[in-house]
Design a protein around this ligand. Structure first.
Ligand code: FAD
Length: 383
């Protein structure tokens, strides 16, 4: 067992940290207020290899694993969680499944364009009546009656991260109405410029306000049969396997937000004086910092374990769910304590604290809410 980062992981951490602190942190408030990400950020991310972390080098990616992706995501999210989730979804919910399930033609067509940042990726599972119950997807894909093998897609997806700027959507559709819910779904790659695909309502959110979250509408959207990812009616399995990786990404996001809260708290507790001494001299404040640090470190170790298992090709649904529960609850705990330590100053936007508090909240909701993770954990343990 080795708890030290290896040489490559150390390089990734240092590179991502330097970029995040220099380029993202100064933009984080702007991203939050303007509800978008500065467009020049995407080429910079691509230049550093951060848009193709797990894409093999032969397809233009960095050829790394989930461990390196998790390390990079912690750094990006410690600076700007809006950018962090954009990168997480792009890598783990689109680059990774095409790498794992794609045909050679699909890999050659899409992976270099995702790795270069030419196309941003998006994952469309959720619908108005299919949230936690993801197998209840109603968006339909039927074979064209002309025998061409094309699919015709109709339906509405909601809360699609990167929806406003994605060039490629991985869309989960119902292809079999006879089979049980989970057994009648397929995954189809749909380019954003396909006629009939439109970007609908943009959400105005509590946190991660810079990230794009939209409805995506499909009206007689026609794509060739070559756009099917994996086998027909096996899409639910792809969706769930992909989410194992995605949850490691969101857990990394939570660790990054939690760490930013911890660092901000330590700094402020050393500077702010009351009763003639820094507030960090009071044991009540010291204990808050001790609890934050312990929970965040524990969460990071669970993230690294899940990533390590996934990189070895082992199933890690249990470990990814545990990492997500631990990290998202740690982040929200840390954000709450951080705001408390900052007192009134933390409740204004003079500091990053109120943004961290808002950004942390989503980590307990998306890619499976906390109670859904607990269902995954208990099912894995109890059958
Ligand atoms: C900002 C944002 C970005 C998102 N990005 C994407 C994206 O890119 N792609 C995508 O497909 N989706 C995305 N989502 C959707 C997200 O994954 C869902 O919101 C999430 O899975 C929860 O679904 P829901 O919101 O419908 O909540 P519901 O399913 O309505 O759940 C509401 C509450 O009920 C609880 N609950 C539900 N069922 C059970 C149960 N069986 N046992 C116990 N408790 C239960 C839940 O834990 C939750 O607390 C995003 C959502 C948000 C808010």
């Amino acid at each position: 067992m080795d708890f030290q980062l290896n040489e490559q992981e150390t390089l990734v951490r240092d590179m991502a940290r330097e970029f995040a602190q220099k380029e993202l942190l100064p933009r984080a408030t702007k991203h939050d207020r303007e509800e978008t990400i500065d467009p020049e950020v995407f080429p910079m991310l691509a230049e550093l290899g951060l848009m193709g972390m797990t894409i093999p080098e032969e397809y233009g990616g960095a050829g790394m694993g989930n461990a390196e992706l998790a390390i990079a995501l912690e750094e990006l999210n410690a600076a700007c969680a809006s950018t962090g989730v954009t990168v997480s979804v792009h890598n783990s919910l689109l680059g990774s499944p095409i790498t794992k399930w794609g045909t050679e033609e699909q890999k050659q067509t899409w992976l270099p364009r995702l790795a270069s940042g030419e196309l941003i990726g998006s994952y469309c599972l959720t619908e108005p009546n299919a949230g936690s119950d993801a197998a209840a997807v109603a968006t339909s894909a039927v074979l064209a009656p002309d025998g061409s093998g094309d699919w015709i897609i109709n339906g509405t997806k909601i809360w699609v991260t990167n929806g406003g700027w994605a060039g490629l959507f991985l869309v989960y559709v119902r292809t079999n109405t006879e089979a049980s819910n989970a057994k009648g779904m397929s995954a189809i790659l749909v380019p954003a410029d396909t006629p009939g695909l439109t970007v609908g309502k943009k959400e105005h959110k509590t946190g991660i306000r810079g990230s794009s979250t939209t409805e995506i509408l499909f009206e007689n959207v026609r794509v060739s049969g070559a756009h099917l990812l994996g086998e027909v009616d096996k899409g639910f399995m792809i969706a769930m396997d992909t989410l194992d990786g995605g949850r490691i990404g969101i857990a990394s996001q939570a660790v990054g937000i939690g760490r930013a809260c911890l660092e901000s708290s330590i700094k402020y507790a050393g500077e702010r004086e009351q009763f003639g001494r820094p507030i960090g001299a009071f044991q009540a404040v010291q204990f808050k910092i001790a609890d934050m640090a312990t929970r965040i470190d524990a969460a990071r170790l669970l993230v690294q374990r899940a990533a390590w298992m996934r990189d070895r090709g082992e199933r890690c649904s249990l470990q990814a769910a545990q990492a997500k529960v631990a990290a998202s609850t740690a982040a929200n705990f840390a954000a709450d304590e951080c705001l408390q330590i900052h007192g009134g100053a933390g409740y204004t936007d003079d500091f990053h604290v109120e943004r961290l508090f808002r950004d942390a909240r989503i980590t307990e909701i998306y890619e499976g809410a906390t109670d859904i993770q607990k269902i995954v954990i208990s099912r894995n343990l109890m059958g």
